[in-house]
Each structure stands twice: as structure tokens, then as C-alpha cells.
Design a protein around this ligand. Structure first.
Ligand code: SAH
Ligand code: SF4
Length: 365
């Protein structure tokens, strides 16, 4: 199948509405809302079920609501919060969504399927842009615009389920933004994912560039999700260059914080490591990484660099060849840890985080 790209216009692109959006809200929030309309609490339970279990996209579909309740809801509320403004479908089945938020900002989410797994994975954004500014990341080049609300995070998943008609089984917080610089909304969204979307914490992964207070806060929450640290280099100087927040949260404090997290929660963490040719892929770094991960309760995930461009359109990094990736992996495996090389999805549709957003922002400007 050739990849396809669908631009949505008209109603689907219209995001101006004073109505209250319900998808992405918790049951308690829905109860407050229906009660404010003078409706009894059981109506909220019915609506919650239609939205989260049946992926309803209109009140018309909610056939166990009376006609008068449906027309009241149509007047005062709407199902979805986000509007789908663009969808790309890759040859490998990956679907990449660009969503418009109520204030006109846009974020992206990705739906991935893997042939060796039954469940689908959705990658969600937690912020518009990102303040961390990693030098290899398309989102980093956007700069920071704003935090997403919990509802905006959860509705990405629900929009994906409504659009695809498929159930998502895993959530990764690896889209645009740094989740632990928006910690409270992200934690709230995790609870809604567990309680309303009904995806267990064990099927949720949250990736961070290493925000120590956020890691501590997440540790207090004691959720059995998987924490992934974007380490990218065991060498403080190299890491400072490519992940600038290292200056604020140095490796000498970050690694103990990660170890504490793994010990306190009893959960194996993931170490993510982007392979940038000539920058992070030397045998010496592989050896240092192997030594570092030996005494952390973790798995290691090597990410071959997905080409991105800086603001002048220059490609500043390159992906190492496959043999170099394998050689790096073999050295890290000496640690006794499980080491995987991330399977690429949707490379034909700009699937690296920030790429679709940047393409359409550039076209709009
Ligand atoms: N801000 C968080 C989560 C979003 S980024 C974080 O940095 O962890 C998710 C992952 O994709 C991170 O490991 C990030 O370093 C990686 N990434 C970003 N741009 C990439 C690119 N062009 N190629 C490969 N990996 C990239
Ligand atoms: Fe932000 Fe993560 Fe991109 Fe770094 S890699 S700029 S932390 S989104």
C-alpha cells in the first residue's frame, strides 16, 4: 500500500466552539458537568461508557439517552476536544495524526502496530513544543509553546480510537514535549488512562530527558508504569551538548535519582540511547554505557537517529550504519542487560517527533 496523506477541511478543521468537550474528562468531571445541566448522575455514567468503551463521536449514537437529553447535550456540549487536521498513513500501517487544540496550536500523535505484538501502541504529546532543546530533535527546534491539559493528552488517545476504530493497548509518552516539565497534568492523564480509557499502568511508558524533581514526584505516585530515561550519552560533556538540561540536572545526580526510582518502585526502567554517528556511537561510549547500566535495574533501547533538520534546513547528524549499531549493541550487552535496537516505524511519513508539526507550520507561515 502506498502511503497516503489526508488534509481535513470544513467542520473537521473548525475548532471554535464554546461547548464543553467531554472526551478526556474523568467520570467525576462528567458527573459535575451533567449535574450542572440538572441531569442525574447516572447520565454521566452512560455518557462515560459511550465515549470510553464504544468510541462514540456524537450524542446521536447514545441511544439509551432520551431525545430531550441528547438535544440538551448537543446544545451545551461536544464529544471530542481535539480536531484532526491532518493524517498520514505509512506503508507499514503507522498512522500519524496532527491535532488542532482549542486555541489553534497543534500537536502530533502516532499509532503504531508491530507484527510481533497483538496490541497497538499510541505515542502521545504532553506539550506544544519543548523547552529542553535537544540538538537532534525536531520538537526541540520548535521551542516551548505551552503545556497540554490532562484532557488534551487523553483525548489524543480517544481521537485515535475514534478515527481508527481500533483499541489501543499501550501508551507511550514520547511525542512532543517533556512530560516531566508538565508533571501534574501528565500524572492526572495517566490516572484517566488507567481508570477511564482502561489501559493498565503496566502498558504505559513515560519518557523523560532527565528532570530530577519530576522523577521524584513520579516516584511518590508509585504507579507501576515504565519510566524511560533518554540518556543518549554516558559522558557528561557529550550529554551536555546534545541534551542541554544536563547542565541543570547533571548525570552525577540523575543516575542516583534513576536508581532510587527503580529501587523504590521495584520497576525495571528503560535507558534510551540515540545513536548519532561520530557523537554518541564510539566503542568507548558503548563500554562506559555498559559499565553504567550494569548496576541499574533496566533494559537498554538503542534508537538509530531519525534524520531531522535544524532551523536553517541543515541535517546536522547522521545515523550510524547497521554494522556500527550492532557493534555498539554487542559491547553494551556485556553488561548482562537486555539491549534492543528500536524498530523504526513510519519513516516514509516523517514519524520522528516534531517532524509533521514542523512541516505544516512551515507551510502555514
Ligand atoms: N521529551 C521526552 C519524550 C519525548 S522524545 C524525552 O526526551 O525523553 C521521545 C524519544 O525520542 C526520546 O528518547 C528522544 O530523545 C527521541 N528522539 C527525539 N528526536 C529523535 C530523532 N530525530 N531520532 C531518534 N530519536 C529521537
Ligand atoms: Fe524535548 Fe524530548 Fe525533544 Fe529533547 S528529545 S527536545 S526533551 S521532546
Amino acid at each position: 500500500m502506498a502511503n497516503s496523506s489526508i488534509e481535513l477541511k470544513g467542520d473537521a478543521a473548525d475548532c471554535t466552539s464554546a461547548k464543553v468537550a467531554l472526551s478526556g474528562l474523568t467520570l467525576a468531571e462528567m458527573i459535575t458537568f451533567v449535574n450542572s445541566l440538572g441531569l442525574p448522575t447516572f447520565r454521566a455514567r452512560q455518557i462515560h461508557k459511550w465515549i470510553y468503551d464504544k468510541y462514540a463521536s456524537s450524542f446521536e449514537e447514545m441511544t439509551d439517552l432520551s431525545v430531550s437529553v441528547r438535544s440538551l447535550l448537543e446544545e451545551k456540549a461536544q464529544v471530542g476536544l481535539l480536531k484532526l487536521s491532518h493524517l498520514q498513513v505509512s506503508r507499514d500501517g503507522t498512522r500519524k495524526y496532527l491535532f488542532e487544540l482549542p486555541d489553534g496550536q497543534r500537536v502530533e500523535s502516532v499509532l503504531m502496530s508491530f507484527s510481533d505484538r497483538k496490541t497497538l501502541s499510541a505515542c502521545v504529546s504532553s506539550q506544544v513544543g519543548c523547552a529542553v532543546g535537544c540538538t537532534f530533535c525536531a520538537t526541540g527546534y520548535l521551542g516551548f509553546k505551552r503545556n497540554l491539559t490532562s484532557q488534551e493528552i487523553v483525548d489524543q488517545i480517544m481521537c485515535i480510537q475514534r478515527e481508527s476504530g481500533k483499541r489501543v493497548g499501550n501508551i507511550v509518552y514520547m511525542g512532543q514535549g517533556e512530560p516531566l516539565l508538565n508533571t501534574e497534568a501528565v500524572i492526572e492523564s495517566v490516572h484517566t488512562v488507567i481508570n477511564s480509557v482502561k489501559i493498565g499502568a503496566r502498558h504505559i511508558t513515560l519518557s523523560t530527558s532527565g528532570i530530577i524533581p519530576g522523577i521524584k514526584r513520579l516516584e511518590e505516585e508509585n504507579l507501576p508504569l515504565t519510566l524511560a530515561l533518554s540518556l543518549h550519552s554516558p559522558d557528561p560533556k557529550t550529554r551536555e551538548e546534545i541534551v542541554p538540561i544536563t547542565k541543570k540536572y547533571p548525570l552525577s545526580e540523575l543516575i542516583p535519582a534513576l536508581r532510587d526510582y527503580a529501587d523504590a518502585t521495584g520497576r525495571r526502567v528503560t535507558i534510551e540511547y540515540v545513536l548519532l554517528s561520530g557523537v554518541t556511537d564510539s566503542p568507548a561510549q558503548a563500554k562506559a554505557l555498559s559499565d553504567l547500566v550494569r548496576d541499574i535495574h533496566c533494559n537498554v533501547n538503542l534508537i538509530p537517529f531519525n534524520p531531522t533538520f535544524d532551523n536553517e534546513g541543515h541535517e546536522i547528524y547522521h545515523r550510524p550504519p547497521r554494522e556500527a549499531q550492532d557493534a555498539f549493541k554487542r559491547i553494551v550487552e556485556r553488561s548482562g542487560r537486555t539491549v534492543t535496537i528500536r524498530l523504526e516505524r513510519g519513516t516514509d511519513i516523517d514519524a520522528a517527533c516534531g517532524q509533521l508539526h514542523n512541516k505544516f507550520s512551515a507551510a502555514d507561515d
